[in-house]
Design a protein around this ligand. Structure first.
Ligand SMILES: Cc1ncc(COP(=O)(O)O)c(C=O)c1O
Length: 469
């Protein structure tokens, strides 16, 4: 029937995307789990392969090209979806999210405006509203998908500047009379250094607040620095609290921070890029208490929500300031649509991929309970890792309910240890310096496929390396 606006009923006899992609993903995961984790390859090796095989001077068979690309990806990268990848916050990905990302590539919706992609815009809005509700944000909060956490943090600083300094948008920072200052700990994400640079604030606008013995922001030092800056003629305007620091998974005291920021008229941004997913878990969510009072929040779907990169999210309770910060009018974009918001006038990006479908599809497929199981499983594996390391004589140096474990032992040279660990294809983990001290090892459970057996194996095989055997 022509002109009908309902989607067709699902009676299509064609093979489903899901069948093809899910079985491919399942096979891939199996191959990866049984293969190497860390590549041993030089730039020359890759460059000479590309130079000899891809001169682009004649068409090539697509199956051959894909097979070659998969070979390269399987052998020439750190396998972040490997169950023994205990690394940075790069997850194993759900097949539902891979199907979704493929559909996005096929239909290629343009998310700059609502009118060009009504379905995609509403799917994103629906997903973001659901998650905003989980964070305890009000119904009129605004949110958008971003390329990742760095862009979400960038959005937060631009919006906070716009509210604190109305002259910033048109006249620029040079017209702001007092120099603005942002407060964060040394454990906060390093994207804020670049953001201070890019916004024109300058890197020296960042004030490093001291931490307590557990690497959480020290509120006394925060209050002292804010007062001192005000006396010195600076303009404090923003505090960054982190919910799950990159190095050690530490959660700043969000409730106290929110109270302090409210009393001082400071914008509180909570960077929950990784840890934000814990809001779904009945076991973990109490550790994020206070996040509901934030002015803005960063949370990445491409971290603990286990969907492919890049999928960040920016949430803000002040919709009016967001639309002021990102306002734009053109003669060539489809005209404004009443009652809906065009993403290009309320976020950093202009043309934008349908980022949110992978989270929507994965949530729809697994349901909230499936996500709770995935997240709590990984938190439990963090506990299993801590216990196994302690039994094997390692010293745990961080405190967090989240599955990031930092550890060391007497006389350990982390760089040598990691070289041997990678060489033996035992696991991938990294080193980190906490509080400016000597490097320690950092292992994060970031795959929903990691089992106690994986952990026991890694800890068992690490011991001789640490002893220099
Ligand atoms: C706490 C935190 N914030 C922000 C980011 C930046 O996120 P992205 O890499 O998605 O830009 C990270 C990355 O690991 C992070 O750990």
């Amino acid at each position: 029937m022509q002109g009908r606006s309902e989607p067709d009923a699902v009676t299509d006899p064609r093979p489903t995307m899901r069948d093809g992609i899910s079985s491919h993903v399942a096979q891939l995961e199996c191959d990866i789990a049984n293969g190497p984790i860390v590549p041993a390859v030089t730039p020359e090796e890759i460059r000479s392969h590309l130079a000899s095989r891809y001169r682009f001077d004649a068409p090539a068979d697509l199956d051959d090209v894909c097979a070659d690309i998969e070979r390269m990806l399987r052998t020439w990268q750190v396998q972040v979806t490997h169950p023994r990848y205990f690394g940075l916050f790069n997850p194993s990905v759900t097949p539902a999210s891979v199907v979704a990302d493929t559909l996005v590539a096929m239909y290629n919706p343009q998310l700059a405006t609502w009118r060009t992609s009504p379905a995609a815009n509403e799917i994103e809005r629906h997903t973001l509203r659901w998650l905003a509700g989980k964070f305890g944000l009000p119904d009129d909060a605004i949110a958008s998908f971003t390329s990742g956490g760095a862009e979400a943090n960038f959005s937060a600083v631009i919006v906070a500047l716009t509210r604190a300094f109305p002259e910033y948008g048109d006249a620029g920072l040079q017209r702001v009379v007092s120099a603005p200052a942002i407060y964060l700990t040394a454990e906060a994400h390093h994207s804020f250094n670049k953001i201070a640079h890019m916004t024109g604030l300058g890197r020296r606008a960042l004030r490093i607040v001291a931490t307590d013995g557990h690497l959480k922001m020290d509120l006394d030092d925060l209050a002292r620095q804010v007062a001192e800056d005000r006396r010195g003629g600076f303009a404090p305007f923003m505090v960054i609290g982190t919910a799950g620091t990159t190095g050690a998974g530490v959660i700043d005291p969000l409730t106290d921070l929110a109270r302090f920021c409210r009393s001082q008229n400071l914008w509180l941004h909570v960077d929950a890029a990784w840890g934000g997913a814990a809001i779904l878990s009945p076991r973990l969510r109490a550790h994020l208490a206070g996040i509901e009072a934030a002015d803005s929040i960063t949370c990445d779907a491409h971290k603990w929500f286990s969907v492919p990169m890049g999928a960040g999210m920016f949430f803000c309770r002040h919709a009016d300031v967001v639309t002021e910060a990102f306002r734009a009018t053109t003669s060539y974009m489809p005209g404004r649509t009443d009652a809906v918001l065009d993403p290009y006038t309320s976020s950093v990006q202009w043309s934008r991929r349908f980022i949110g479908l992978k989270l929507f599809c994965s949530l729809a497929h697994h349901g909230e309970s499936g996500y709770v199981d995935m997240i709590e499983h990984q938190a439990r594996m963090g506990d299993v890792l801590r216990a196994a390391l302690t039994r094997a004589g390692w010293r745990i140096v961080n405190t967090t309910p989240l599955p990031v474990v930092c550890f060391t032992r007497e006389g350990l040279v982390t760089s040598t240890f990691l070289k041997d660990l990678y060489g033996g294809q035992i696991a991938w983990m990294s080193e980190v310096r906490l509080n400016g001290e000597a490097p320690v090892l950092r292992a994060c459970i970031t795959s929903f496929r990691t089992t106690p057996a994986d952990i026991e194996r890694v800890v068992r095989e690490m011991s001789p390396l640490a002893a220099g055997e």
